[in-house]
Design a protein around this ligand. Structure first.
Ligand SMILES: Cc1cc2nc3c(=O)[nH]c(=O)nc-3n(C[C@H](O)[C@H](O)[C@H](O)COP(=O)(O)OP(=O)(O)OC[C@H]3O[C@@H](n4cnc5c(N)ncnc54)[C@H](O)[C@@H]3O)c2cc1C
Length: 406
């Protein structure tokens, strides 16, 4: 990949920058973090603006309703959005970053026609129903059952940690269609309409007080067989495609946010006089270098995804390294905040120069921890790097259990 903008890329960047300079300052204020219907309206409203301006699905192929941009343009798009402090994908995360890309890669032409345009327009929001109370890291242990009945599957079971389920229209749902002990050979990937009779969403509160998660209870829910993505019992392969997007490319916008957080940390370090601490300077410099290295890895992963249609195992390495670096960045912010790091609001600084960014930094610290768990924990990513990238021997499987896979 050429690291300098070509004439065409420079013109794409300039046009996008001008558009963002016009629209971002005129956006309404962000809704309160715990008001999910208002957040849905805000995030989907922003998505609609991108769509109307021709910037929705920049990296999606033209047949998927996207712009069909090159990897370089996709990264320019992300860089410019970060530069302009534009909103992030928010509740559109699953639809735009992994359910939509999975349907592009694995869906039928009818599924692509039906589901992709509303995601790009911000009309429909998706959530992910993979994890279950006894199937997180060991996702192949999932038990939610789907039985074929005529043209439908009848689904019964429960899911947990379903982000944004409260405001979602559809769910990428993993169900067991094979025998109980069929593990990864008996899983099917379904599109579940969240409004179907028998779907119950019970919100869960996080440590930060947000109800971004929910439990999902499914009681005899009829899902048309036409909503199956891939073949029956071939859902594990489709899941690997979804996870490769979730780990490989979905965190890119997040990395750009981490750059912003590092900038705020440097400002805070200067303001508090902690810059004189050589150890702290070294830690900040180290993180700067790590984030730069991760941006280079992102370029590689995005180029690979553009060549092959899906991100490769580099995505696992990226997810592991990025979320661990992000978590250390959160720790460093708290260290510099000192006692203010115990607060959930912006506290007035002792220097009389206005509030310290304690609320944002504390929230970000908690988020940093959760990112090392979401989309598969760090331990699981290490297992995958060891076994699938480095070719080390597989971890021993105890009788009655199985190797963790998510
Ligand atoms: C912010 C966030 C958003 C999420 N959103 C969703 C969502 O929308 N949809 C969804 O389906 N799920 C979602 N999840 C759930 C997430 O995928 C699971 O939490 C994750 O896969 C871990 O599963 P678990 O919580 O059951 O932990 P467990 O699997 O019970 O793991 C517990 C601990 O044991 C370790 N462990 C387990 N097996 C091994 C092993 N073989 N080797 C070494 N260590 C091991 C783990 O690393 C972890 O530290 C989300 C989670 C978070 C934090």
């Amino acid at each position: 990949m050429n690291l300098r903008d070509t004439a065409e890329e420079a013109s794409f960047r300039a046009e996008l920058r001008a558009w963002l300079a016009e629209v971002v300052p005129a956006l309404p204020p962000k809704p309160p973090p715990h008001d999910w219907p208002a957040r849905r309206a805000y995030d989907t409203g922003w998505q609609r603006m991108l769509f109307d301006a021709g910037y929705a699905g920049v990296d999606w192929p033209l047949e998927g309703g996207g712009r069909g941009a090159s990897p370089a343009e996709e990264l320019i798009f992300k860089e410019e959005l970060e530069r302009a402090h534009a909103p992030y994908v928010g509740v559109n995360f699953v639809g735009l970053l992994h359910a939509g890309p999975t349907i592009i890669a694995e869906g039928t032409p009818e599924q692509r026609r039906r589901y992709l345009p509303p995601i790009l327009r911000g009309d429909e929001v998706w959530c992910q129903g993979f994890s279950e109370p006894d199937a997180g890291s060991d996702l192949a242990a999932l038990r939610t059952r789907a039985v074929r009945d005529g043209d439908d599957y009848v689904v019964t079971g429960s899911k947990i940690w379903t982000s944004h389920a409260e405001v979602a229209d559809f769910c990428e749902l993993l169900v067991r269609t094979g025998p109980e002990d069929s593990r990864h050979r008996g899983i099917t990937w379904l599109i579940l309409p969240m409004g179907a009779p028998g779907v119950e969403v019970r919100p869960l509160a996080t440590i930060a007080g947000s109800t971004e998660f929910a439990e999902l209870f499914l009681d005899g829910v009829r899902v048309p067989a036409a909503n199956r993505v891939g073949k029956e019992n071939d859902g594990w392969r489709v899941t690997m495609v979804t996870l490769s997007f979730e780990r490989g490319t979905a965190f890119v916008g997040d990395l750009l946010e981490a750059n912003e957080l590092l900038g705020s940390l440097v400002e805070l370090v200067r303001r508090t006089g902690a810059w004189s601490d050589a150890g702290l300077r070294r830690s900040v410099g180290h993180l700067r270098a790590e984030l730069d290295g991760l941006w280079a890895l992102t370029r590689r992963n995005v180029s690979q995804a553009a060549r092959t249609g899906v991100p490769g195992p580099g995505g696992t390495f990226f997810k592991l390294s990025y979320t661990e670096a992000r978590s250390r960045l959160g720790d460093l912010c708290l260290e510099v905040l000192g006692r203010a790091g115990l607060a959930a609001q912006d506290l007035e600084g002792a220097d009389g120069r206005g509030p310290l960014p304690s609320a944002t930094m504390v929230e970000d610290w908690l988020r940093g921890i959760s990112l090392t768990i979401a989309a598969g924990t760090s331990q699981i990513q290490r297992n995958i790097v060891a076994e699938r990238i480095l070719g080390l021997p597989k971890e021993p499987v105890a009788a009655g259990s199985a190797a963790a896979t998510k």
